[in-house]
Design a protein around this ligand. Sequence first.
Ligand code: GLN
Length: 515
Amino acid sequence: MTSTSNSLIRLTAAEMSAKLRAGEITSVELTQAHLDRIAAVDGTINAFLHVAEAEALETAAAVDRSRAAGGTEAESLHPLAGVPIAVKDLIVTKGQPTTAGSKMLEGWMSPYDATVVEKIRAARMPILGKTNLDEFAMGSSTEHSAFGPTRNPWDPTRIPGGSGGGSAAAVAAFEAPLALGTDTGGSIRQPGSVTGTVGTKPTYGGVSRYGAIAMASSLDQIGPVARTVEDAALLHELIAGHDNKDSTSLPEAEYPEGRLPAFVDAASAKNVAGLRIGVIKQLQGAGYQAGVLARFQEALERLRENGAEIVEVDCPSFDYALGAYYLIMPSEASSNLARYDGVRYGTRVLPEEGPLTIERVMGATRAAGFGDEVKRRIILGTYALSAGYYDAYYGSAQKIRTLIQRDFDAAFEQADVLVSPTSPTVAFPLASKLDDPVAMYLNDVATIPANLAGIPGISVPGGLSEGLPVGVQFLAPAKQDARVYHAAGALEQLLNDTYDAPLWAQVPALEEVTG
Ligand code: GLN
Protein backbone atom coordinates (compact mmCIF):
# COMPACT_ATOMS: atom_id res chain seq x y z
CA MET A 1 0.00 0.00 0.00
CA THR A 2 1.47 3.37 -1.01
CA SER A 3 1.71 6.29 1.39
CA THR A 4 -0.73 8.30 -0.76
CA SER A 5 -3.43 5.68 -0.54
CA ASN A 6 -2.64 5.30 3.15
CA SER A 7 -3.29 8.99 3.70
CA LEU A 8 -6.45 8.92 1.53
CA ILE A 9 -8.14 6.26 3.65
CA ARG A 10 -7.42 8.22 6.84
CA LEU A 11 -9.43 11.25 5.70
CA THR A 12 -12.90 11.75 7.14
CA ALA A 13 -15.82 11.29 4.76
CA ALA A 14 -16.38 15.07 4.88
CA GLU A 15 -12.75 15.64 3.83
CA MET A 16 -13.02 13.03 1.07
CA SER A 17 -16.13 14.81 -0.19
CA ALA A 18 -14.34 18.18 -0.21
CA LYS A 19 -11.29 16.82 -2.05
CA LEU A 20 -13.45 15.06 -4.64
CA ARG A 21 -15.39 18.25 -5.27
CA ALA A 22 -12.20 20.30 -5.53
CA GLY A 23 -10.86 17.81 -8.09
CA GLU A 24 -7.84 17.02 -5.88
CA ILE A 25 -8.60 13.30 -5.91
CA THR A 26 -10.74 10.99 -8.01
CA SER A 27 -13.29 8.52 -6.76
CA VAL A 28 -11.44 5.72 -8.54
CA GLU A 29 -8.27 6.51 -6.55
CA LEU A 30 -10.24 6.73 -3.33
CA THR A 31 -12.20 3.54 -3.95
CA GLN A 32 -9.09 1.65 -5.06
CA ALA A 33 -7.28 2.79 -1.90
CA HIS A 34 -10.05 1.22 0.21
CA LEU A 35 -10.08 -1.97 -1.86
CA ASP A 36 -6.29 -2.21 -1.37
CA ARG A 37 -6.74 -1.72 2.34
CA ILE A 38 -9.38 -4.46 2.45
CA ALA A 39 -7.00 -6.79 0.57
CA ALA A 40 -4.21 -5.96 3.02
CA VAL A 41 -5.99 -6.26 6.36
CA ASP A 42 -9.30 -8.09 5.98
CA GLY A 43 -7.62 -11.49 6.19
CA THR A 44 -7.07 -10.59 9.83
CA ILE A 45 -10.17 -8.47 10.52
CA ASN A 46 -12.84 -10.44 8.57
CA ALA A 47 -15.12 -7.41 8.42
CA PHE A 48 -16.34 -8.25 4.89
CA LEU A 49 -18.41 -11.23 3.80
CA HIS A 50 -18.40 -10.00 0.21
CA VAL A 51 -16.23 -7.43 -1.58
CA ALA A 52 -17.77 -5.84 -4.68
CA GLU A 53 -14.59 -4.64 -6.34
CA ALA A 54 -15.80 -4.37 -9.94
CA GLU A 55 -19.12 -2.72 -9.07
CA ALA A 56 -17.49 -0.21 -6.70
CA LEU A 57 -14.89 0.82 -9.27
CA GLU A 58 -17.54 1.12 -11.97
CA THR A 59 -19.62 3.49 -9.81
CA ALA A 60 -16.48 5.45 -8.95
CA ALA A 61 -15.44 5.81 -12.60
CA ALA A 62 -18.92 7.02 -13.56
CA VAL A 63 -18.84 9.67 -10.81
CA ASP A 64 -15.39 10.81 -12.02
CA ARG A 65 -16.75 11.12 -15.57
CA SER A 66 -19.70 13.22 -14.36
CA ARG A 67 -17.35 15.43 -12.38
CA ALA A 68 -15.05 15.83 -15.38
CA ALA A 69 -18.01 16.71 -17.63
CA GLY A 70 -18.55 19.85 -15.54
CA GLY A 71 -21.68 22.00 -15.79
CA THR A 72 -24.96 20.80 -14.36
CA GLU A 73 -23.87 17.16 -14.52
CA ALA A 74 -21.07 17.88 -12.03
CA GLU A 75 -23.06 20.39 -10.00
CA SER A 76 -25.95 18.02 -9.43
CA LEU A 77 -23.71 15.40 -7.79
CA HIS A 78 -24.59 14.65 -4.16
CA PRO A 79 -21.88 15.77 -1.68
CA LEU A 80 -21.18 12.10 -0.88
CA ALA A 81 -20.98 11.06 -4.56
CA GLY A 82 -17.81 9.03 -5.03
CA VAL A 83 -17.28 8.43 -1.28
CA PRO A 84 -17.26 4.64 -0.74
CA ILE A 85 -19.45 2.86 1.79
CA ALA A 86 -19.90 -0.64 3.24
CA VAL A 87 -23.30 -2.20 3.98
CA LYS A 88 -24.20 -4.54 6.85
CA ASP A 89 -25.15 -7.89 5.38
CA LEU A 90 -28.59 -7.72 6.99
CA ILE A 91 -29.60 -5.09 4.40
CA VAL A 92 -30.58 -6.45 1.01
CA THR A 93 -28.71 -5.50 -2.15
CA LYS A 94 -29.46 -6.36 -5.73
CA GLY A 95 -26.49 -7.91 -7.52
CA GLN A 96 -24.58 -8.67 -4.32
CA PRO A 97 -25.25 -11.60 -1.99
CA THR A 98 -27.11 -11.04 1.29
CA THR A 99 -26.60 -13.69 3.98
CA ALA A 100 -27.68 -12.12 7.31
CA GLY A 101 -24.60 -13.95 8.65
CA SER A 102 -26.53 -17.22 8.33
CA LYS A 103 -26.16 -20.46 6.40
CA MET A 104 -29.90 -20.13 5.88
CA LEU A 105 -29.31 -17.44 3.25
CA GLU A 106 -25.89 -18.50 1.96
CA GLY A 107 -25.79 -17.92 -1.79
CA TRP A 108 -29.09 -16.00 -1.84
CA MET A 109 -29.34 -12.90 -4.01
CA SER A 110 -32.04 -10.37 -3.26
CA PRO A 111 -34.18 -9.43 -6.27
CA TYR A 112 -34.46 -5.86 -4.95
CA ASP A 113 -32.56 -3.13 -3.10
CA ALA A 114 -33.42 -1.89 0.40
CA THR A 115 -34.62 1.73 0.35
CA VAL A 116 -31.41 2.88 2.06
CA VAL A 117 -29.40 1.10 -0.63
CA GLU A 118 -31.47 2.82 -3.34
CA LYS A 119 -30.59 6.10 -1.64
CA ILE A 120 -26.85 5.46 -1.50
CA ARG A 121 -26.93 4.31 -5.12
CA ALA A 122 -28.86 7.44 -6.11
CA ALA A 123 -26.19 9.51 -4.34
CA ARG A 124 -23.66 7.43 -6.34
CA MET A 125 -21.61 6.15 -3.44
CA PRO A 126 -19.48 3.15 -4.49
CA ILE A 127 -20.60 0.12 -2.43
CA LEU A 128 -17.45 -1.71 -1.30
CA GLY A 129 -19.30 -4.80 -0.13
CA LYS A 130 -21.28 -6.44 2.65
CA THR A 131 -20.14 -6.60 6.25
CA ASN A 132 -20.14 -9.41 8.79
CA LEU A 133 -22.64 -9.69 11.65
CA ASP A 134 -23.99 -12.04 14.27
CA GLU A 135 -26.44 -14.41 12.60
CA PHE A 136 -29.71 -12.51 11.96
CA ALA A 137 -28.26 -9.68 14.10
CA MET A 138 -28.49 -11.69 17.33
CA GLY A 139 -25.44 -11.09 19.46
CA SER A 140 -22.99 -8.57 20.87
CA SER A 141 -19.68 -9.84 19.52
CA THR A 142 -20.10 -10.94 15.86
CA GLU A 143 -19.01 -14.40 17.04
CA HIS A 144 -22.44 -15.82 16.18
CA SER A 145 -21.78 -15.26 12.46
CA ALA A 146 -21.90 -18.50 10.46
CA PHE A 147 -18.86 -17.18 8.57
CA GLY A 148 -16.37 -16.71 11.41
CA PRO A 149 -15.92 -13.82 13.82
CA THR A 150 -14.79 -10.30 12.96
CA ARG A 151 -11.78 -9.08 14.94
CA ASN A 152 -11.32 -5.72 16.63
CA PRO A 153 -8.72 -3.52 14.85
CA TRP A 154 -7.58 -2.18 18.24
CA ASP A 155 -6.62 -5.70 19.30
CA PRO A 156 -7.37 -8.60 16.93
CA THR A 157 -7.63 -11.03 19.87
CA ARG A 158 -10.78 -9.14 20.96
CA ILE A 159 -14.36 -8.84 19.73
CA PRO A 160 -15.53 -5.79 17.68
CA GLY A 161 -18.96 -5.78 19.36
CA GLY A 162 -22.13 -6.93 17.69
CA SER A 163 -24.22 -7.57 15.93
CA GLY A 164 -22.74 -4.98 13.55
CA GLY A 165 -19.10 -5.78 14.33
CA GLY A 166 -18.25 -5.97 10.63
CA SER A 167 -19.43 -2.45 9.82
CA ALA A 168 -17.76 -0.98 12.92
CA ALA A 169 -14.46 -2.81 12.41
CA ALA A 170 -14.36 -1.90 8.69
CA VAL A 171 -14.72 1.79 9.55
CA ALA A 172 -12.26 1.65 12.49
CA ALA A 173 -9.66 -0.16 10.34
CA PHE A 174 -9.95 2.36 7.44
CA GLU A 175 -11.42 -0.30 5.14
CA ALA A 176 -14.41 2.03 4.61
CA PRO A 177 -15.04 5.63 5.64
CA LEU A 178 -18.74 4.99 6.23
CA ALA A 179 -21.03 2.03 6.71
CA LEU A 180 -24.66 1.18 7.28
CA GLY A 181 -25.71 -0.75 10.37
CA THR A 182 -28.90 -1.87 12.08
CA ASP A 183 -29.75 -1.42 15.75
CA THR A 184 -32.44 -3.52 17.44
CA GLY A 185 -30.97 -3.47 20.93
CA GLY A 186 -27.65 -1.71 20.40
CA SER A 187 -26.02 -3.29 17.34
CA ILE A 188 -24.82 0.05 15.95
CA ARG A 189 -23.94 1.77 19.25
CA GLN A 190 -22.26 -1.08 21.15
CA PRO A 191 -19.87 -1.99 18.28
CA GLY A 192 -19.22 1.75 17.94
CA SER A 193 -18.31 1.89 21.61
CA VAL A 194 -15.77 -0.95 21.51
CA THR A 195 -14.17 0.02 18.18
CA GLY A 196 -13.84 3.75 18.83
CA THR A 197 -16.28 4.70 16.07
CA VAL A 198 -19.46 6.79 15.98
CA GLY A 199 -22.79 5.08 15.46
CA THR A 200 -26.37 6.35 15.58
CA LYS A 201 -29.67 4.63 16.12
CA PRO A 202 -32.16 7.10 14.58
CA THR A 203 -35.67 7.69 15.93
CA TYR A 204 -37.83 4.61 15.18
CA GLY A 205 -39.40 5.30 11.80
CA GLY A 206 -36.88 8.00 10.89
CA VAL A 207 -35.03 5.81 8.38
CA SER A 208 -36.86 3.30 6.19
CA ARG A 209 -36.51 -0.32 7.29
CA TYR A 210 -37.68 -1.62 3.90
CA GLY A 211 -35.12 -4.22 2.89
CA ALA A 212 -33.58 -4.66 6.34
CA ILE A 213 -34.07 -8.33 7.12
CA ALA A 214 -36.53 -8.28 10.00
CA MET A 215 -35.34 -9.35 13.45
CA ALA A 216 -37.76 -7.66 15.86
CA SER A 217 -39.90 -5.28 13.85
CA SER A 218 -40.96 -2.99 16.69
CA LEU A 219 -37.31 -2.36 17.62
CA ASP A 220 -35.26 -2.59 14.38
CA GLN A 221 -33.73 0.58 12.94
CA ILE A 222 -31.09 1.26 10.25
CA GLY A 223 -28.46 3.90 10.98
CA PRO A 224 -25.04 5.32 10.10
CA VAL A 225 -21.57 4.12 11.18
CA ALA A 226 -18.67 6.59 10.83
CA ARG A 227 -15.46 7.81 12.45
CA THR A 228 -16.71 11.31 13.24
CA VAL A 229 -20.00 12.78 14.37
CA GLU A 230 -20.14 15.01 11.31
CA ASP A 231 -19.69 12.03 8.97
CA ALA A 232 -22.46 10.11 10.76
CA ALA A 233 -24.72 13.16 10.35
CA LEU A 234 -23.94 13.42 6.62
CA LEU A 235 -24.91 9.79 6.06
CA HIS A 236 -27.95 10.08 8.34
CA GLU A 237 -29.15 13.03 6.28
CA LEU A 238 -28.92 10.95 3.11
CA ILE A 239 -30.78 7.88 4.38
CA ALA A 240 -33.53 9.56 6.45
CA GLY A 241 -37.01 10.36 5.19
CA HIS A 242 -40.46 8.94 4.68
CA ASP A 243 -40.88 5.75 2.66
CA ASN A 244 -44.24 4.44 1.45
CA LYS A 245 -42.82 0.93 1.45
CA ASP A 246 -42.33 0.96 5.24
CA SER A 247 -45.62 1.24 7.14
CA THR A 248 -43.76 2.30 10.31
CA SER A 249 -41.95 5.13 8.52
CA LEU A 250 -42.74 8.56 10.03
CA PRO A 251 -44.90 10.79 7.82
CA GLU A 252 -42.86 13.54 6.16
CA ALA A 253 -44.73 16.19 8.12
CA GLU A 254 -43.55 14.72 11.42
CA TYR A 255 -39.85 15.14 10.77
CA PRO A 256 -38.26 17.87 12.81
CA GLU A 257 -38.03 21.09 10.92
CA GLY A 258 -34.81 21.59 8.96
CA ARG A 259 -33.83 18.26 10.40
CA LEU A 260 -30.50 17.44 8.98
CA PRO A 261 -28.57 20.51 7.99
CA ALA A 262 -29.01 21.24 11.70
CA PHE A 263 -27.33 17.95 12.60
CA VAL A 264 -24.30 18.83 10.55
CA ASP A 265 -23.91 22.36 11.88
CA ALA A 266 -24.46 21.22 15.43
CA ALA A 267 -21.92 18.46 15.09
CA SER A 268 -19.10 20.90 14.61
CA ALA A 269 -20.02 23.18 17.51
CA LYS A 270 -18.41 22.85 20.93
CA ASN A 271 -20.97 25.07 22.53
CA VAL A 272 -23.02 23.30 25.17
CA ALA A 273 -23.84 26.34 27.31
CA GLY A 274 -27.23 25.81 28.90
CA LEU A 275 -27.63 22.26 27.56
CA ARG A 276 -29.23 20.16 30.31
CA ILE A 277 -27.62 16.72 30.35
CA GLY A 278 -29.26 14.01 32.47
CA VAL A 279 -27.04 11.25 33.83
CA ILE A 280 -29.12 8.08 34.11
CA LYS A 281 -28.68 6.80 37.66
CA GLN A 282 -29.44 3.18 36.70
CA LEU A 283 -26.85 3.02 33.89
CA GLN A 284 -23.64 3.18 35.91
CA GLY A 285 -22.14 1.52 38.96
CA ALA A 286 -22.19 -2.25 39.48
CA GLY A 287 -21.26 -4.20 36.35
CA TYR A 288 -19.48 -1.24 34.72
CA GLN A 289 -15.67 -1.41 34.53
CA ALA A 290 -13.78 1.17 36.59
CA GLY A 291 -11.94 2.43 33.49
CA VAL A 292 -15.23 2.91 31.63
CA LEU A 293 -16.72 4.88 34.53
CA ALA A 294 -13.55 7.01 34.85
CA ARG A 295 -13.68 8.05 31.17
CA PHE A 296 -17.41 8.67 31.52
CA GLN A 297 -16.90 10.99 34.51
CA GLU A 298 -14.14 12.86 32.67
CA ALA A 299 -16.45 13.32 29.69
CA LEU A 300 -19.13 14.78 31.97
CA GLU A 301 -16.50 17.08 33.45
CA ARG A 302 -15.50 18.41 30.00
CA LEU A 303 -19.15 19.12 29.23
CA ARG A 304 -19.73 20.77 32.59
CA GLU A 305 -16.64 23.00 32.22
CA ASN A 306 -18.06 24.16 28.91
CA GLY A 307 -21.38 25.25 30.27
CA ALA A 308 -23.57 22.15 30.28
CA GLU A 309 -25.80 21.64 33.27
CA ILE A 310 -25.37 18.09 34.54
CA VAL A 311 -28.31 16.62 36.47
CA GLU A 312 -29.05 13.09 37.65
CA VAL A 313 -32.23 11.42 36.42
CA ASP A 314 -33.91 8.40 37.95
CA CYS A 315 -35.29 5.72 35.60
CA PRO A 316 -36.27 2.90 37.97
CA SER A 317 -37.89 0.70 35.30
CA PHE A 318 -34.59 0.42 33.42
CA ASP A 319 -33.63 -2.35 35.83
CA TYR A 320 -36.18 -4.50 33.97
CA ALA A 321 -35.30 -3.37 30.44
CA LEU A 322 -32.99 -6.27 29.64
CA GLY A 323 -35.58 -8.81 30.84
CA ALA A 324 -38.35 -7.17 28.83
CA TYR A 325 -36.16 -6.96 25.70
CA TYR A 326 -35.22 -10.64 25.87
CA LEU A 327 -38.93 -11.54 25.81
CA ILE A 328 -40.13 -9.03 23.19
CA MET A 329 -37.18 -9.47 20.83
CA PRO A 330 -37.26 -13.30 20.70
CA SER A 331 -41.08 -13.24 20.41
CA GLU A 332 -40.98 -10.99 17.36
CA ALA A 333 -37.94 -12.80 15.95
CA SER A 334 -39.58 -16.22 16.29
CA SER A 335 -42.43 -14.93 14.16
CA ASN A 336 -40.22 -13.13 11.61
CA LEU A 337 -37.95 -16.15 11.17
CA ALA A 338 -40.86 -18.49 10.39
CA ARG A 339 -40.38 -17.56 6.72
CA TYR A 340 -37.13 -19.57 6.51
CA ASP A 341 -38.86 -22.85 5.83
CA GLY A 342 -36.78 -24.31 3.00
CA VAL A 343 -39.77 -23.91 0.67
CA ARG A 344 -39.87 -20.35 -0.56
CA TYR A 345 -36.25 -19.20 -0.73
CA GLY A 346 -32.86 -19.68 0.84
CA THR A 347 -31.30 -22.94 1.93
CA ARG A 348 -33.20 -26.24 1.61
CA VAL A 349 -31.95 -29.35 3.37
CA LEU A 350 -33.64 -32.72 2.83
CA PRO A 351 -33.94 -35.18 5.72
CA GLU A 352 -31.37 -37.97 5.49
CA GLU A 353 -33.93 -40.73 5.65
CA GLY A 354 -37.68 -41.27 5.89
CA PRO A 355 -40.52 -39.67 3.95
CA LEU A 356 -40.14 -36.24 2.34
CA THR A 357 -43.04 -34.48 4.02
CA ILE A 358 -43.09 -30.69 4.16
CA GLU A 359 -42.71 -30.73 7.97
CA ARG A 360 -39.66 -32.95 7.76
CA VAL A 361 -38.03 -30.80 5.06
CA MET A 362 -38.70 -27.70 7.16
CA GLY A 363 -37.29 -29.43 10.24
CA ALA A 364 -34.11 -30.56 8.48
CA THR A 365 -33.65 -27.13 6.89
CA ARG A 366 -34.08 -25.18 10.12
CA ALA A 367 -31.92 -27.61 12.10
CA ALA A 368 -29.05 -27.24 9.63
CA GLY A 369 -29.58 -23.62 8.57
CA PHE A 370 -29.81 -21.84 11.95
CA GLY A 371 -27.04 -21.55 14.53
CA ASP A 372 -27.39 -22.08 18.28
CA GLU A 373 -28.18 -18.48 19.29
CA VAL A 374 -30.94 -18.18 16.69
CA LYS A 375 -32.44 -21.49 17.79
CA ARG A 376 -32.25 -20.40 21.43
CA ARG A 377 -34.24 -17.26 20.67
CA ILE A 378 -36.82 -19.01 18.50
CA ILE A 379 -37.47 -21.44 21.37
CA LEU A 380 -37.64 -18.59 23.89
CA GLY A 381 -39.95 -16.54 21.66
CA THR A 382 -42.39 -19.32 20.77
CA TYR A 383 -42.57 -20.26 24.45
CA ALA A 384 -43.26 -16.66 25.52
CA LEU A 385 -46.02 -16.38 22.91
CA SER A 386 -47.65 -19.72 23.62
CA ALA A 387 -51.21 -19.96 24.95
CA GLY A 388 -51.18 -19.94 28.73
CA TYR A 389 -47.86 -18.10 28.98
CA TYR A 390 -48.58 -15.13 26.73
CA ASP A 391 -49.89 -12.82 29.47
CA ALA A 392 -47.28 -13.85 32.01
CA TYR A 393 -44.33 -13.26 29.70
CA TYR A 394 -45.04 -11.24 26.56
CA GLY A 395 -47.85 -9.26 28.23
CA SER A 396 -45.69 -8.35 31.25
CA ALA A 397 -42.79 -7.37 29.02
CA GLN A 398 -45.05 -4.99 27.09
CA LYS A 399 -46.13 -3.38 30.37
CA ILE A 400 -42.50 -2.83 31.31
CA ARG A 401 -41.96 -1.30 27.91
CA THR A 402 -44.63 1.28 28.74
CA LEU A 403 -43.02 2.00 32.12
CA ILE A 404 -39.66 2.56 30.42
CA GLN A 405 -41.26 5.00 27.99
CA ARG A 406 -42.75 6.86 30.99
CA ASP A 407 -39.36 6.97 32.73
CA PHE A 408 -37.92 8.56 29.59
CA ASP A 409 -40.78 11.08 29.40
CA ALA A 410 -40.15 12.11 33.01
CA ALA A 411 -36.37 12.28 32.49
CA PHE A 412 -36.76 14.50 29.42
CA GLU A 413 -38.73 16.98 31.54
CA GLN A 414 -35.51 17.51 33.51
CA ALA A 415 -32.94 17.24 30.72
CA ASP A 416 -32.54 17.97 26.98
CA VAL A 417 -30.39 14.88 26.42
CA LEU A 418 -29.57 11.87 28.57
CA VAL A 419 -26.13 10.32 28.87
CA SER A 420 -24.58 7.01 29.94
CA PRO A 421 -21.63 4.79 29.07
CA THR A 422 -22.62 2.96 25.84
CA SER A 423 -21.29 -0.38 26.97
CA PRO A 424 -20.34 -1.49 30.49
CA THR A 425 -16.95 -2.81 29.36
CA VAL A 426 -14.26 -2.32 26.75
CA ALA A 427 -13.87 -4.98 24.03
CA PHE A 428 -13.52 -8.41 25.64
CA PRO A 429 -11.37 -11.31 24.39
CA LEU A 430 -12.82 -13.54 21.65
CA ALA A 431 -14.62 -16.64 23.01
CA SER A 432 -14.74 -15.29 26.57
CA LYS A 433 -18.55 -14.95 26.72
CA LEU A 434 -19.60 -17.34 23.99
CA ASP A 435 -20.73 -20.07 26.37
CA ASP A 436 -22.67 -17.73 28.64
CA PRO A 437 -25.65 -16.16 26.83
CA VAL A 438 -26.66 -13.98 29.79
CA ALA A 439 -23.16 -12.52 30.12
CA MET A 440 -23.37 -11.70 26.40
CA TYR A 441 -26.83 -10.09 26.78
CA LEU A 442 -25.56 -7.83 29.57
CA ASN A 443 -23.42 -5.90 27.06
CA ASP A 444 -26.62 -4.21 25.85
CA VAL A 445 -27.92 -3.13 29.22
CA ALA A 446 -27.38 0.57 28.42
CA THR A 447 -28.44 0.55 24.76
CA ILE A 448 -31.69 -1.45 24.94
CA PRO A 449 -33.94 1.14 26.68
CA ALA A 450 -33.73 3.46 23.62
CA ASN A 451 -35.01 0.70 21.31
CA LEU A 452 -37.87 -0.11 23.68
CA ALA A 453 -38.87 3.57 23.64
CA GLY A 454 -38.18 4.26 19.93
CA ILE A 455 -35.92 7.23 20.70
CA PRO A 456 -32.64 8.25 19.00
CA GLY A 457 -29.23 7.44 20.46
CA ILE A 458 -25.61 7.87 19.46
CA SER A 459 -22.33 6.43 20.70
CA VAL A 460 -19.24 8.61 20.47
CA PRO A 461 -15.69 7.75 21.62
CA GLY A 462 -15.04 8.97 25.17
CA GLY A 463 -11.38 7.99 25.55
CA LEU A 464 -9.37 4.83 26.15
CA SER A 465 -9.15 2.39 29.03
CA GLU A 466 -6.45 -0.32 28.97
CA GLY A 467 -5.61 1.05 25.50
CA LEU A 468 -9.12 0.21 24.24
CA PRO A 469 -11.98 2.56 23.27
CA VAL A 470 -14.74 3.55 25.69
CA GLY A 471 -18.05 4.85 24.31
CA VAL A 472 -20.36 7.56 25.62
CA GLN A 473 -24.04 7.36 24.66
CA PHE A 474 -26.39 10.33 24.26
CA LEU A 475 -30.17 9.88 23.99
CA ALA A 476 -32.88 12.38 23.02
CA PRO A 477 -36.67 12.39 22.73
CA ALA A 478 -38.21 10.89 19.58
CA LYS A 479 -37.65 13.01 16.45
CA GLN A 480 -35.02 15.13 18.23
CA ASP A 481 -32.12 13.32 16.55
CA ALA A 482 -30.37 16.67 16.06
CA ARG A 483 -29.88 16.89 19.82
CA VAL A 484 -27.79 13.71 20.05
CA TYR A 485 -25.58 15.03 17.24
CA HIS A 486 -25.18 18.33 19.04
CA ALA A 487 -24.13 16.74 22.35
CA ALA A 488 -21.92 14.08 20.77
CA GLY A 489 -20.33 16.58 18.38
CA ALA A 490 -19.49 18.86 21.28
CA LEU A 491 -17.94 16.07 23.34
CA GLU A 492 -15.94 14.87 20.33
CA GLN A 493 -14.51 18.36 19.76
CA LEU A 494 -13.77 18.92 23.45
CA LEU A 495 -11.92 15.59 23.68
CA ASN A 496 -10.04 16.26 20.43
CA ASP A 497 -8.65 19.36 22.12
CA THR A 498 -7.17 17.21 24.87
CA TYR A 499 -5.41 14.66 22.58
CA ASP A 500 -2.70 15.06 19.94
CA ALA A 501 -4.84 13.19 17.42
CA PRO A 502 -8.54 12.27 17.30
CA LEU A 503 -9.28 9.00 19.08
CA TRP A 504 -10.10 7.15 15.86
CA ALA A 505 -6.64 8.02 14.51
CA GLN A 506 -4.95 6.35 17.48
CA VAL A 507 -5.86 2.80 16.38
CA PRO A 508 -2.62 0.75 16.12
CA ALA A 509 -1.24 0.29 12.61
CA LEU A 510 -2.62 -3.06 11.51
CA GLU A 511 0.12 -3.59 8.97
CA GLU A 512 2.42 -4.04 11.95
CA VAL A 513 0.05 -6.51 13.55
CA THR A 514 -0.52 -8.47 10.35
CA GLY A 515 3.10 -8.27 9.12
N1 GLN B 1 -27.06 -7.57 21.02
C1 GLN B 1 -28.48 -7.43 21.00
C2 GLN B 1 -29.10 -8.76 20.73
O1 GLN B 1 -28.40 -9.70 20.67
C3 GLN B 1 -28.88 -6.39 20.00
C4 GLN B 1 -28.90 -6.90 18.62
C5 GLN B 1 -29.22 -5.83 17.60
O2 GLN B 1 -29.30 -4.66 17.92
N2 GLN B 1 -29.42 -6.28 16.38
O3 GLN B 1 -30.26 -8.90 20.58
